[in-house]
Design a protein around this ligand. Structure first.
Ligand SMILES: Cc1cc2nc3c(=O)[nH]c(=O)nc-3n(C[C@H](O)[C@H](O)[C@H](O)COP(=O)(O)OP(=O)(O)OC[C@H]3O[C@@H](n4cnc5c(N)ncnc54)[C@H](O)[C@@H]3O)c2cc1C
Length: 282
């Protein structure tokens, strides 16, 4: 399978990349692990491909809040030791594809591509990530919760680049985890849940849930969070199960009852694992 013809531009600076993206149907390429397959299938036919891998927004730093360069590969994120990233995000990155995919695929590409089953999107949502976006006219920030508009669709304009993913600090003492049930054929999650949580021993005192593989685009599941915050410790599974019918499934889901069942299982498991990592709040 061969893609349609295109021009290749290797950007040497952010300004040059943004300038090259001014062409209406130009597309940035980072790891290429989603864009190239889309081009080969001719779902994407950019006349210009702008290589942004030369740009500097790569790596992880902690200036009070953790910032991850959009070009950081999943593997770099997992292996770096300088900054302690939340368990949930590390587990999302570890769940992506195989070593080859994690070696080339970038966290920014994973978010910008907006696959409805993106692993890393669930973590960004549960952590309330703030996305830094650059364009020729300047910079703006977008909350992860507002970023995903639908399957393969985001708030990003074609001429914009995602440069950085900023993670607000989770509540002190909270724990986090990501659990997914993978499609055995593709390795993508059939359903994945990213949870950040804390308890006072009986009720949850904090709960954030990001879901992927279930809805038209990854979501912050506020209805599930609200139900969990009201539930006693013994009633949490019922709270999850009871709230999931309010979550609108992707239009191509064939067996809604099964999808909601898997969603309930992954949220429950991720919550248990997050709480096992948390300190009981007073
Ligand atoms: C075999 C295989 C298995 C996979 N399994 C999984 C899986 O289990 N879970 C999962 O979540 N993903 C999986 N993936 C997808 C992989 O995670 C994505 O390819 C990757 O995250 C996309 O990042 P990339 O750097 O390759 O982006 P690219 O393919 O380079 O780009 C993808 C899209 O994002 C845009 N883009 C990239 N970077 C930026 C940026 N900084 N700013 C603005 N737009 C940008 C591009 O223009 C393009 O439209 C798999 C891919 C393959 C090939």
């Amino acid at each position: 399978v061969i893609s349609a013809a295109f021009d290749y531009v290797r950007a040497e600076s952010l300004e040059a990349a943004l300038g090259a993206l001014e062409l209406e149907d130009a597309k940035a390429i980072a790891g290429g692990h989603s864009l190239i397959p889309m081009m080969k299938l001719r779902f994407a036919r950019p006349s210009r491909v702008v290589d942004i891998t030369t740009l500097g927004f790569r790596g992880v730093r902690d200036d009070g809040a953790i910032s991850i360069g959009a070009l950081t590969t999943y593997d770099e994120l997992i292996r770096q030791r300088r900054v302690r990233i939340p368990d949930v995000l590390r587990e999302c990155a570890e769940a992506v594809g195989d070593l080859q995919v994690r070696n080339a695929g970038t966290i920014g590409g994973g978010l910008a591509h907006a696959d409805p089953s993106s692993d890393v999107a669930a973590g960004a949502l549960a952590l309330g990530a703030v996305l830094h976006v650059a364009s020729a006219s300047g910079e703006r920030v977008v909350n992860a919760e507002e970023f995903f508009l639908g399957p393969f669709s985001t708030l990003l304009d074609a001429q914009e680049l995602l440069t950085e993913i900023e993670l607000p600090s989770p509540p002190p003492g909270s724990g986090s985890a990501y659990v997914a049930v993978e499609d055995p054929a593709s390795g993508y999650p059939l359903a994945g849940a990213a949870v950040v949580a804390q308890t006072d021993g009986e009720r949850l005192t904090y709960c954030a849930v990001g879901l992927t593989g279930i809805t038209g685009s990854p979501i912050r599941a506020r209805v599930v969070e609200a139900a969990l915050l009201e539930a006693n410790a013994g009633d949490r599974v019922e709270a999850i199960r009871g709230s999931l019918p309010e979550v609108e499934l992707a239009v191509d889901v064939e067996d809604g009852a099964y999808k909601r069942h898997v969603a309930c299982v992954v949220v429950g498991r991720a919550l248990d694992r997050a709480l096992a990592r948390s300190e009981v709040s007073s």
